[in-house]
Design a protein around this ligand. Structure first.
Ligand code: FE2
Length: 492
């Protein structure tokens, strides 16, 4: 493993990458004893991660990892030691399918039930797979999947407690996005933190619902906005005064889905020749002046951050020229990375006076899963931490972790190529820190050479080498999102 600043060569083996998509059926709980380096004694709290744990149901492969049942991992840090746990979310669908030993639901991304076309036609039941994110908020640990209600888990042992309606904030069947943003100092709440989240209610028009929730779980503000046309929105951004949605121009033809031929997600078609709408909604309950700007943009899954500057809102996002879809007849594991547009970090400047949007490509490197220091959510900041490819151009699996410097030349990159594969980093501030990058970057890395996963800790100011590499006893399939809380729930 070496620090790589730039590398134009393909430095991975697709067969090795594919092994990270093997199902992990075992649930475990143990202190991590195989540690290279030293776990920082001041690192205290819990890292939670979520992602598809099963890539098959009773031996029947799922069509896309996004259809995989959610499995939660937790790593508890205390006194220079670490304790690992993983457990599946016992969703209604997971329990029923494990009992049946075969798929009983159709997945949004194309997984079909057993029994062929006639068993799939007109079946539009959704399986709430709880696989996208996991957060600790309002004294609850919640597994999130955007199209349905959260599942509540016991933070001590990850046991599933059932669907959670956040008190009575949600109703049965309501969605709750997997990308809540936590405003670290809400100007609407006397500087207290506030969780801001959204849901997309499909229909014509689409309704965008915004919830603002206090640290104790109370609903502070609720707003709905009607957006024209069909919307496929996975993430959003916030500033102290606004929430911002990018609504790419997509068409949805439900017929193949209704007919049982395709998953709903496979029926979305990106219209590259049409502009992206950028919907800017005030958080001030007294304001109703929603603005919709238009720009040539592409497709965005994830925003890194947004902030206000004079009359502008700046949004940094990972943007693709089109939706990165695998060809319907191709196994996702055989995806030709060279045939897919890379996701790249762009800066969009939305001028609220002139209604003009300008955009700037910040770097050519392919990247995904951006995060920032939690105290800078919605604020101008210097750094973004993000999963990245080993090569500086082109598309490839994520193998590196990258610290992007927006204000200077202190960018750093550490690559785990050729055998290691990465995902979303999590930034944890040092207790009492003053500098923005005084803290740690935590990362789950799949090491294909030993078919096992590592929890890697970096000093965020120095990516030359990890400060500690914690070797898990098993592999964890490539995950999606996670979060950090300074709370410790496990005694060990
Ligand atoms: Fe996401």
């Amino acid at each position: 493993m070496t620090a790589t600043l730039s590398n134009q060569q393909k430095n991975y083996d697709q067969t090795a990458w594919q092994k990270g998509y093997e199902s992990q059926r075992e649930e475990a709980a143990y202190e991590i004893t195989e540690v290279e380096g030293q776990i920082p004694a001041a690192l205290e709290g819990t890292l939670f991660r979520n992602g598809p744990g099963l890539l098959d149901i009773g031996g029947t492969p799922i069509k896309h990892p996004f259809d995989g049942d959610g499995m939660i991992c937790s790593v508890t840090f205390r006194g220079g030691r670490a304790y690992f746990q993983n457990r599946f979310v016992r969703t209604e669908g997971f329990v029923a399918e494990q009992k049946a030993g075969k798929p009983l639901y159709r997945g949004v991304f194309g997984t079909q039930k057993s029994g062929g076309l006639f068993n799939n036609v007109f079946d539009m039941r959704l399986k709430n797979i709880a696989n996208t994110n996991v957060i600790y908020w309002g004294k609850k640990l919640l597994a999130l999947w955007e199209a349905a209600e959260p599942h509540r888990l016991d933070p001590e042992n990850l046991e599933t407690k059932g669907l959670d309606y956040l008190g009575d904030i949600l109703k049965a069947g309501d969605g709750f996005s997997a990308h809540p943003r936590i405003d670290p100092a809400s100007i609407w709440d006397g500087g207290e933190p506030c969780l801001v989240n959204f849901a997309v209610k499909p229909g014509l028009p689409t309704r965008l619902v915004i919830y603002e929730i206090s640290p104790s779980g109370e609903l502070l503000r609720y707003r709905e906005h009607e957006a024209q046309g069909f919307a496929f929105i996975h993430d959003f951004a916030i500033t102290p005064n606004y929430v911002i949605f990018f609504q790419a121009s997509v068409k949805f033809n439900p017929l193949p889905y209704v007919m049982g031929l395709k998953g709903a997600g496979e029926c979305v078609k990106f219209e590259a020749d049409k502009p992206t709408k950028m919907i800017v909604i005030p958080r001030d309950p007294a304001r109703t002046d929603v603005q919709t700007l238009e720009a040539e943009a592409g497709f965005v899954f994830h925003h890194a951050n947004a902030f206000e500057r004079d009359n502008q809102i700046i949004v940094d996002s990972v943007c693709y020229q089109s939706i990165p879809q695998v060809q319907p007849d191709l196994d996702y594991k055989n995806v030709d990375f060279n045939a897919l547009d890379p996701g790249q970090l762009w800066r969009f400047s939305l001028d609220l006076e002139t209604q003009k949007v300008t955009r700037e490509l910040l770097d050519t490197r392919c990247c995904e899963f951006p995060v920032v220091h939690p105290a800078y959510v919605g604020r101008d900041r210097r750094y973004t931490y993000i999963g990245a490819t080993d090569a500086a151009t082109g598309n490839a699996p994520l193998q590196a972790v990258w610290k992007v410097d927006h204000q200077g030349d202190n960018a750093q990159l550490y690559s785990f190529a050729p055998s290691g594969f990465t995902g979303e980093p999590i930034f944890v501030p040092c207790p009492g820190a003053t500098a923005e990058d005084e803290g740690w970057v935590l990362l789950m890395v799949y090491d294909s050479a030993r078919h096992g996963s590592d929890v890697v800790i970096f000093d965020a100011q120095d990516f030359t080498q990890p400060v500690a590499t914690l070797r898990l006893k098993q592999h964890i399939p490539y995950g999606l999102h996670g979060s950090w809380t300074p709370e410790v729930f496990v005694s060990f």
